[in-house]
Design a protein around this ligand. Structure first.
Ligand code: CU
Length: 67
């Protein structure tokens, strides 16, 4: 499954990298791209292993917002 959502509060490209890395580290996530400029996150994952809610929690746990 593939989802797109927006991440808020990112101030630079390393914020995007931090979020991208934590997404990629999560079990069940097969691909993750975070664009700093647009704030857009694109995540592909196996929904039998990880939920959308959990994916978004990874971002909020890093101190960023999710829309
Ligand atoms: Cu930053």
């Amino acid at each position: 499954m593939k989802i797109q959502f927006k991440i808020t509060n990112m101030t630079c490209t390393s914020c995007a990298l931090v979020n991208e890395k934590s997404l990629l580290k999560a079990k069940g996530v097969t691909s993750a791209k975070v664009d700093f400029k647009s704030g857009l996150a694109e995540v592909e994952f196996d929904e039998t292993t990880i939920s959308q809610k959990h994916i978004k929690e990874l971002i909020t746990n890093n101190g960023y917002g999710v829309i």
